[in-house]
Design a protein around this ligand. Structure first.
Ligand SMILES: *Cc1c(COP(=O)(O)O)cnc(C)c1O
Length: 374
């Protein structure tokens, strides 16, 4: 039996569909779109998101780990699934069993795949990752020819693609993105015509800000969920075609009370009232992904107005000031993320209060609460 929590995450699938259509239309026609659904779909629910995007014509999906790809297969998804973070040696067979697409970023990954494929009597295509400036995973650009040659040595393997990742494509003016792309394009040149695999490097930033980097495939994540990678609400004054946030997060007021001036609120009394104050106590806290960094900084929406957080966010409770908002009762809705009336709180705004990025806010809230879909 699932008893509903006070706290509910709502996922707006219409907004998701709309975002996908916008991103598809901004992508060069020759490039396909891989939808990043790692981290349980950035907190939106990997399986539900993948199924809806598949209906929109998305044919390729990306996850971090093998276990996520298998969860998608077990949910009935038949499309191509890229596993970005490799695998443990004894998991190589899973790529054959579940028809998953491996990304290799080190020599250690190659042989186990070749042996597993040979054992299964099949050929498997691998995507070779190059580090063009992210400083994270992958072969240096000058080593990759050797790696491609090594892949070709195994009759059960073939190089199906070359992949890299941008570190600064959220910044429209980043020189580093251009340098990174130059290194990537250089690899394509070196491989020359006989290479039949695909090239892909563009994340949301590459897709939106650097159309010259779309190559054969783009890999948007955050933009599918309605946010721009630079944390700004829109992009380059393109008022039409704006992405729409997909997630909202609401709770219900647990208690309303009035306290005199000089009252300390929450642990450590980091807030002391300066006048007679009406406080609404909300049954939400850092356990629900509502960060303690929002203490004395964040705001919530009640009756379409902003109510500031007073004192520290607790594990399960948060206090907000509703002195200026008339007629608030226990049980009324409070919106922590999303729209109420004409006001909206975005994940970018929460991220700014908590000194992080929308990606983390969405994962924390989405993956720690009950989700409903509409
Ligand atoms: C997460 C990820 C993406 C998507 O990045 P966004 O900034 O969310 O668009 C693309 N490629 C790789 C390899 C990733 O890990």
């Amino acid at each position: 039996m699932t008893v509903p929590s006070y706290n509910q995450v709502q996922i707006d699938l219409k907004a998701l569909r709309n975002n996908f259509r916008i991103l598809r239309s901004r992508t060069k026609p020759q490039a396909s779109v891989l939808a990043m659904v790692k981290a349980d779909g950035y907190g939106h629910g990997m399986v539900q998101i993948a199924k809806v995007l598949r209906e929109e014509g998305c044919a390729i999906f990306g996850v971090a780990e093998v276990r996520e790809a298998i969860a998608l297969r077990e949910a009935g998804l038949k499309n191509e699934i890229y596993v970005m973070l490799g695998f443990e040696t004894n998991q190589a067979e899973l790529f054959l069993q579940y028809k998953l697409t491996p990304v290799v970023f080190g020599l250690r990954g190659i042989e186990p795949l070749a042996l597993a494929a040979e054992k299964a009597g099949k050929k498997i295509g691998v995507h070779v990752k190059i580090d063009t400036g992210m400083g994270r995973l992958g072969f240096p650009p000058d080593a990759f020819e050797e790696v491609v040659a090594k892949v070709k040595q195994y009759p059960s393997l073939y190089p199906a693609g070359i992949i890299s990742h941008f570190s600064q494509s959220d910044d429209l003016f980043s020189e580093q993105t251009l340098e990174s792309y130059t290194a990537f394009a250089g690899c394509r040149e070196k491989l020359g015509k006989p290479f039949l695999g695909i090239f892909h490097i563009a994340n949301s930033g590459g897709l939106l800000n650097f159309p010259q980097t779309h190559d054969d495939m783009v890999r948007p994540g955050i933009s599918l969920y309605g946010y721009y990678p630079d944390g700004l609400p829109g992009h380059k004054g393109s008022s039409e075609n704006n992405l729409t946030p997909v997630m909202s997060f609401t709770t219900k007021i647990l208690q309303v009370k009035e306290v005199p001036a000089g009252t300390g609120i929450s642990y450590g009394h980091t807030y002391i009232t300066t006048r007679r104050t009406r406080i609404a106590t909300l049954p939400v806290g850092y356990e629900d992904g509502y960060s303690r960094l929002l203490s004395n900084k964040g705001e919530v929406l009640i009756d379409g107005q902003r109510a500031p957080i007073r004192g520290r966010v607790c594990m399960n409770l948060t206090m907000v000031d509703i002195t200026g908002i008339k007629g608030v009762k226990e049980g009324d809705e409070a919106v922590l993320l999303g729209r109420q009336g004409s006001e909206i709180i975005t994940a970018d705004e929460i991220a700014a209060w908590a000194e992080t990025i929308s990606y983390e806010v969405l994962c924390m809230i989405g993956n720690n609460n009950q989700r409903t879909y509409r």
